[in-house]
Design a binder for this molecule. Structure first.
Ligand code: CAP
Ligand code: MG
Length: 421
């Protein structure tokens, strides 16, 4: 097809195109700014160049096919040939690269990416996904109950492992390291793994239930791999990466090792890109890319907790990682071979919020209670029981929970009753 310009509102995207949805603010006006963006993110630059032949233009020029002036939204269809398959950094350098630095742009936000099956299938995606994690823990029909060891950092490996045992044996399924706990002078990674695995075995024996510990391996890549292998050889099943800090390409490398570990994606720092509604990159985009890279379970927000994120946004993200490609689905996305990712709700959660959370986000959820468990007035064991009881009340649809049986739950209600929601 002979292409005249980057702007072609009659263009119908073909099945392999990658479609980027941008929100643009520019003194140039939407059309002109969109043309600059389409050019700079692909084959163009600030001036006409003799080296760009019509043949190349016809083959590779992206097409701006949708403009909503009121919402300042533009959709650009990029030919797949502009992208190296299986290479997230290259995609980001194009679609989330130089264009954010251009003087003509006041604000720019990459709202969504609609990826074609050919591109999607060039990645491995999660090894376990929702079903794999559920199978491993043998929990099918309810959200998983998780907790973060608190304080975030400060406990010794022995204290950490003991606390994990205490809450596993009082109803918690998944216990995790916090995002800034790696290998510290007072709590060395390897020491923690050894001690935690010992307590996990004991907890599984006593409860008769499968338990999971999420070890934070965030570090330079060589150290991450060494730690992941250490977890594996000591019988661990799950590692965590702070995916913004380590980069999605490193997540891919980890996934490619075929260690068959669950990869837990903590998103600390994502708000640097995603929080400003006018500028940056949406969490939806980060979540889709994390799914491609191989994350099995991903922090996606809570709506009701301490972190920013509207119901609409969090629901859309959860849909995008669990089902097909989520909002702005264009044509052919089925995320073919890429498994669904388990969403994690975390941040400022306590027992009372469980009901509302499940009613908004559904059953396929890992719910993490940190302060809302360890802050229970009678300590972490009672906090764990309160969280478990909250889940029982929701799942069994208990109308008037018995005050004696659900004692710790009521204590938690009382404790946080004045907390601003
Ligand atoms: C939760 C948490 C998580 C946040 C991250 C924290 O602890 O461990 O890192 O949930 O946010 O340190 O805040 P609390 P998100 O339960 O004590 O709040 O999940 O939105 O990425
Ligand atoms: Mg944390």
């Amino acid at each position: 097809m002979q292409k005249k310009s980057f702007l072609n509102l009659h263009y119908k995207p073909n099945k392999n195109d990658i479609i980027a949805t941008y929100r643009i603010e520019s003194k140039l006006g939407l059309e002109k700014a969109a043309i600059e963006i389409a050019a700079e993110s692909s084959i163009g630059t600030w001036t006409k160049i003799s080296t760009l032949k019509q043949k190349t233009f016809d083959k590779l020029a992206p097409q701006i096919f949708f403009i909503d002036k009121k919402k300042k939204i533009v959709k650009i269809a990029y030919p797949i040939e502009l992208f190296e398959l299986g290479n997230i950094p290259q995609l980001l350098s194009a679609l989330a690269g130089n264009i954010f630095s251009m003087k003509i742009i006041d604000n720019l936000r990459l709202e969504d990416l609609s990826l074609s099956t050919k591109y999607i299938n060039s990645f491995e995606g999660p090894y376990y996904g929702i079903n794999g994690v559920r199978k491993l823990l043998d929990i099918q029909h309810r959200p998983l109950i998780g907790s973060i060891i608190k304080p975030k950092v400060g406990l010794s490996a022995k204290e950490h492992a003991q606390l994990a045992y205490d809450i596993w044996t009082n109803g918690i399924d998944v216990v995790k390291d916090d995002e800034n706990l790696t290998s510290m002078p007072f709590n060395k990674f390897k020491d923690r793994v050894i001690k935690v695995m010992r307590q996990k075995k004991k907890a599984e024996h006593i409860t008769g239930c499968k338990k999971l510990h999420v070890f934070n391996i965030t570090a330079p890549m060589d150290i991450m791999l060494e730690r992941a292998k250490f977890v594996k050889t000591h019988g661990g099943k799950c590692v965590m990466v702070d995916l913004v800090s380590v980069g999605l390409d490193n997540v891919q490398v980890l996934r490619k090792q075929k260690l068959n570990l669950i990869i837990h994606g903590h998103r600390a720092g994502h708000s640097m890109f995603s929080r400003n509604p006018k500028h940056g990159m949406s969490m939806l985009v980060i979540a889709k890319l994390a799914r491609l890279a191989g994350i099995d379970q991903l922090h996606t927000g809570t709506v009701v907790g301490k972190m920013d994120g509207s119901a609409q946004e969090v629901i859309e993200i959860n849909q995008a990682i669990k089902e097909d490609a989520g909002i702005n689905k264009v044509l052919r996305e089925n995320w073919g071979k890429i498994k669904p990712v388990f969403p994690i709700a975390s941040g400022g959660l306590y027992p009372e919020l469980t009901k509302k959370l499940v009613s908004i986000l559904g059953n396929d959820l890992i719910i993490n209670y940190g302060g809302g468990l360890h802050g229970h007035p009678h300590g972490s064991k009672s906090g764990a029981r309160a969280c478990y009881q909250a889940m029982q009340i929701v799942i069994e649809k208990i109308k008037n929970p018995d005050k004696n049986y659900f004692k710790e739950y009521y204590e938690a209600l009382e404790h946080w009753k004045n907390k601003k929601k």
